[in-house]
Design a protein around this ligand. Structure first.
Ligand code: GDP
Length: 529
């Protein structure tokens, strides 16, 4: 089995995402990874806000105005004999649901830490998400070209705050203006820093042996002695790399460098493609699907609109979990029970859409979506199994949506419905009145919806406060009881964008009382698709 071409293809996949606190350098690292993957000639083309190269839609403009990265994209590049799939995740916490779902589609994660700041809030939260699946984690400590914090202290912080063992693989030699490179603890190699090579792949200059004459000539004996002492301290305070421990999510290999000056990344990437897991099995309602099974399966983890202003369509991102996608193949859309022909799936190579001919487990493909595909949908070559673990979270913030021009009700409903299918916001339609209630996890999402309604649907809307505190999805096997509940609690019931019955609670107290009053009804704070 392991020598078939299909197995080899799957085994070469490395599908991962980057987690970090905003400003730690995720975008910069992404650019540099693509540079090393020869996916772009010149670093700096990943995002419009950096270079203005990409066509600037209003959507992107908003991103620029706010200086944050909202959109998620997928980038594929070959490195050595591996195929790397990088799933970008939004850094802003208002988009944490999106990030959460993207992390369900990866097999491992790269955590980027700002060496001057150490562990920050957002990293802590994202780590919690990774913990749910024991996702294996690589760590890159960035910005060594600056005066940063004591490295041992930062590593300690990772161990204690993030509760993961650290195994340094490279160690920085100096920092700031005196940054000389990194020392590989496993191979006893000095990697010489090549400054000012931000947009080209730097030469790979190595010195074998910390105590070799070349090393003394480059670093001086004094610096080597200092480094030697530091390394002994580090080795005492940290752990040795252990592949099994890494794969179990208990230990992270740690690398140092500077993404901006383009250094230390290759030293990490070389290990990443070796150690990071190939596609891992994924759970369905029937059984775990193993990626090397030849029957095709996949699930949708994200829907994104308007990535290219010339194409006003929406793209559903699918993680392939087993088998091979070939152009023109038929797939079963399990939720709606239909076979559909997929002639034109896309991939996102360095920001350009290109037609995929073939893709295997671990790869991400984009399906053109005209409203029939939702987040969490499963596709198979045959069979009706359903992937699990891709939840919606109950929103925390609610607003009533009102139209400025009442004649545009149809467009408004369509817009709200479609935008909520993308998963960042949720739409609730009360059973007993004609309100449209928008729910979100972060406040920024309301602005995004308002702006996109204007740009994409030509609808001006306004928000009004509404006394809704939280929402719960209602489940009950007893049909009669459910009907009874619907009659009695009708004023607080709504149908969400996916057609599910939802209890919209004006207060937490109201929710608790209702839960007490209806003990046989389930009020769920997450909904699986
Ligand atoms: P993101 O918010 O995590 O995507 O971070 P960015 O990649 O946008 O980086 C945030 C800022 O840090 C930008 O101004 C970068 O130029 C800068 N930056 C990123 N990497 C480095 C680095 O290695 N050294 C220095 N000095 N600055 C860096």
């Amino acid at each position: 089995m392991s020598d078939t071409p299909f197995y080899q293809e799957v085994a070469s996949r490395r599908t991962f995402g980057i987690i970090s606190h905003p400003d730690a350098g995720k975008t910069t690292i992404t650019e540099k990874l693509l540079l090393f993957g020869n996916a772009i000639q010149l670093a700096g083309t990943v995002k419009g806000r950096k270079t203005g190269r990409m066509a600037t839609s209003d959507w992107m403009k908003m991103e620029q105005d706010r200086g944050i990265s909202i959109t998620t994209s997928v980038m594929q590049f070959p490195y050595k004999d591996r195929m790397v799939n990088l799933l970008d995740t939004p850094g802003h916490e208002d988009f944490s649901e999106d990030t959460y779902r993207t992390l369900t589609a990866v097999d491992s994660v790269l955590m980027v830490i700002d060496g001057a700041k150490g562990v920050e809030d957002r990293t802590i939260k994202l780590m919690d998400v990774c913990r749910l699946r024991d996702t294996p984690i690589f760590t890159f400590i960035n910005k060594m070209d600056r005066e940063v914090r004591d490295h041992i202290e930062v590593m300690d912080e990772i161990e204690t705050v993030l509760k993961i063992k650290c195994a340094p693989v490279t160690w920085p030699i100096g920092m700031g203006k005196a940054f000389k490179g990194v020392y590989n603890l496993l191979t006893d190699t000095v990697h010489v820093f090549q400054p000012g090579k931000g947009s080209v792949v730097p030469d790979d200059v190595r010195i074998e042996g910390l105590h070799s004459p070349e090393s003394v000539a480059y670093l001086t004996q004094g610096l080597i002695d200092e480094l030697q002492d530091e390394i002994e301290l580090v080795q005492g305070a940290s752990h040795e790399f252990d592949l099994e421990e890494y794969l179990a999510g208990n230990l992270t290999p740690v690398f140092f460098g500077t993404a901006l000056a383009n250094f230390g990344i290759r030293e990490m990437l070389d290990y990443f493609v070796e150690w990071a897991p190939m596609p891992i099995p994924r759970e369905t309602n029937e059984r775990a699907i193993v990626p090397t099974e030849t029957d095709f399966t996949g699930f949708i983890f994200k829907i994104q609109a308007n990535m290219d202003p010339k194409h006003r369509d929406r793209i559903a991102f699918m993680r392939i979990c087993s088998g091979t996608y070939t152009k023109g193949m038929k797939m079963r859309h399990v939720r709606i029970g239909k076979d559909i022909k997929i002639a034109d799936a896309v991939t996102f190579l360095a920001g350009d859409r290109s037609a995929v001919e073939e893709a295997v487990s671990g790869d991400i493909i984009g399906l053109h979506n005209h409203g029939t595909i939702q987040i969490g949908d499963t596709f198979t070559s045959s069979g009706d199994l359903q992937f699990t673990g891709i939840p919606h979270f109950a929103p925390e913030l609610f607003k009533r949506v009102r139209l400025k021009d009442p004649l545009k009700m149809k467009q408004l409903q369509k817009g709200l419905q479609q935008l909520s299918e993308e998963g960042a916001t949720q739409l609730f339609m009360p059973v007993n009145n004609n309100d449209l209630i928008l729910g979100a996890v972060g406040v920024l999402q309301f602005d995004v919806v308002q702006q996109r309604l204007r740009d994409e649907y030509k609808v001006e809307c306004i928000y009004e406060p509404i006394s809704v505190n939280t929402a719960r999805w209602v489940y009950c096997k007893d049909h009669k009881m459910l009907e009874d509940f619907k009659r009695k609690a009708g004023d607080n019931l709504a149908i969400d964008g996916g057609g599910h019955l939802t209890y919209v609670a004006p207060t937490r107290v109201n929710l608790s009382l209702t839960e007490e009053r209806w003990p046989d009804i389930e009020f769920r704070s997450t909904r699986e698709h």
